[in-house]
Design a protein around this ligand. Structure first.
Ligand code: SF4
Length: 432
């Protein structure tokens, strides 16, 4: 029996697909060469925003047309988790809608109570197959304890459930033994990893950790980076970026800070039910740059959140210009069922949100290009991802730009290279 998995959405979904692959292989399945030749076709969907949901549905319908007659079509992932019943009813082409932990290979009755059910079991601790690239995402927690105004994730992924240190180390060591040189740690709220376990043990409040600097993530990062060449942390909620965590990240030799900022305007951030403001973010970034001037920053921002004003937009533009981020992603707000923001009356017209997004994107594109130009002439240690393509510590896999290198350099090797040119997001480099 052969399977095909189509994965949509963020890196977290790609890890889930890896784990599904490991599970199917352990059940005797083999990878199909194409969706058209598979006996089992799985679509791992994304429900993040409306556009992602549309893409997920389109993919399901397209695969329903392309698949072998009699092949089983299964929809899993966030959309299955969130809209199980409705999805099953709306897509008669689909054989099964399976939330996290439900079987993909036997029929799941349509109408099973998946909606609003927080998964008891998910894919975190399933084995994963060997990777063909020298880097790997490792998901260290699932769910989130925060309740940001725009975000529906906690309603269907549930509260945070952290994996244990032993489970993470065991997966990391297996990946390293298979040739992985870079681990990218991910979670919905990475800086809070372990808080749920610690709270359960000590009965401590989450807030204690926001300024106490005793985050469990610090020890985990130190241990992993003592064993693996590169450890990169994604999705850091800004209040979780304590001085000790900053020091720890810098000590790993990967001065890469992916900060989940969402906006810079204080009133708007409060309306989003989030911490901080542009000044506090700049102050923290300034401290990081003072300690390590070559630090790289990435963030993402929402445009068109309900109640967003022209003042908020000006604040964001000023912030973007002052922050000089290396990388940034911009998204327009979409109202999500079950969120606080979905109930706010003052929704922003879509055209205006798009216009504001285009305005900041244009400014950021020029900044990114300049930041990339600044690397020309520098020497970077490049991890060869595939023939002719590598990355330094400044580029996260799949999200940021790449470095073009000589195709004869061995995949998986780390080579000191001098950057010779920059083209927008990508660089060119030759061995030093
Ligand atoms: S921290 Fe992230 S995952 Fe958690 S509620 Fe906020 S936006 Fe959603």
């Amino acid at each position: 029996m052969q399977y095909w998995i189509e994965t949509l959405g963020c890196p977290k979904n790609h890890v889930d697909s890896d784990k599904l692959t490991g599970l199917l292989i352990s059940q005797g399945y083999e990878a199909a060469a194409s969706a058209e030749s598979a006996d089992l076709v799985i679509v791992n969907t994304c429900a993040f925003i409306e556009a992602a949901r549309e893409e997920s549905i389109e993919t399901v319908l397209e695969l329903a047309d392309r698949k072998l007659k009699g092949a089983r079509l299964v929809v899993t992932g966030c959309m299955a988790e969130r809209y199980g019943d409705e999805l099953a009813a709306a897509l008669p082409e689909v054989d099964s809608v399976a939330g996290f932990g439900q079987s993909l290979t036997v029929s799941t009755p349509v109408g099973a109570p998946t909606k609003r059910r927080v998964p008891e079991f998910d894919l975190l601790n399933l084995p994963r197959p060997a990777t063909s690239v020298p880097w790997a995402y490792v998901k260290i927690a699932e769910g989130c304890d925060r309740r940001c105004g725009f975000c529906a994730i906690p309603t269907f992924r549930g509260d945070q459930r952290s994996r244990s240190t032993e489970e993470i180390l065991s997966e990391a060591r297996a990946l390293a033994a298979g040739g992985v040189k870079e681990l990218v740690l991910i979670a919905q709220d990475l800086a809070s990893w372990g808080n749920d376990r610690r709270r359960a043990r000590l009965g401590e409040a989450l807030e204690v950790l926001d300024d106490g600097g005793r985050q469990p993530l610090i020890e985990l990062t130190r241990t992993l980076s003592s064993e693996i060449e590169r450890v990169r942390l994604l999705y850091l909620y800004p209040s979780g970026l304590t001085s000790e965590l900053i020091e720890t990240i810098l000590s790993t030799g990967v001065p890469y800070f992916d900060l989940s900022l969402q906006h810079s305007s204080r009133p708007l951030l409060r309306a989003m039910k989030r911490w901080g403001d542009g000044d506090r973010f700049l102050e923290r970034m300034g401290a990081i740059r003072a300690a390590e001037p070559t630090s790289t920053f990435r963030s993402s921002f929402i445009l068109g959140y309900p109640g967003e004003t022209e003042d908020d937009q000006r604040s964001l533009i000023e912030f973007i210009e002052a922050a000089q981020l290396d990388w940034a992603g911009f998204f327009t707000y979409s109202a999500e069922e079950g969120t606080y923001a979905g109930s706010i009356a003052e929704q922003i017209p879509r055209e205006l949100a798009l216009e504001r997004m285009r305005e900041v994107s244009e400014i950021q594109d020029a900044i990114t290009a300049r930041r990339r130009d600044d690397l020309v002439g520098s020497t970077q240690r490049v991890l060869v991802d595939s023939p002719g393509v590598g990355r330094s510590v400044h580029e996260c896999p799949e999200i940021d730009g790449i470095i073009r290198i000589n195709p004869s350099l061995e995949v998986g090797s780390l080579v000191d290279c001098v950057v010779t040119a920059s083209h927008g997001t990508d660089l060119e480099a030759v061995p030093a």
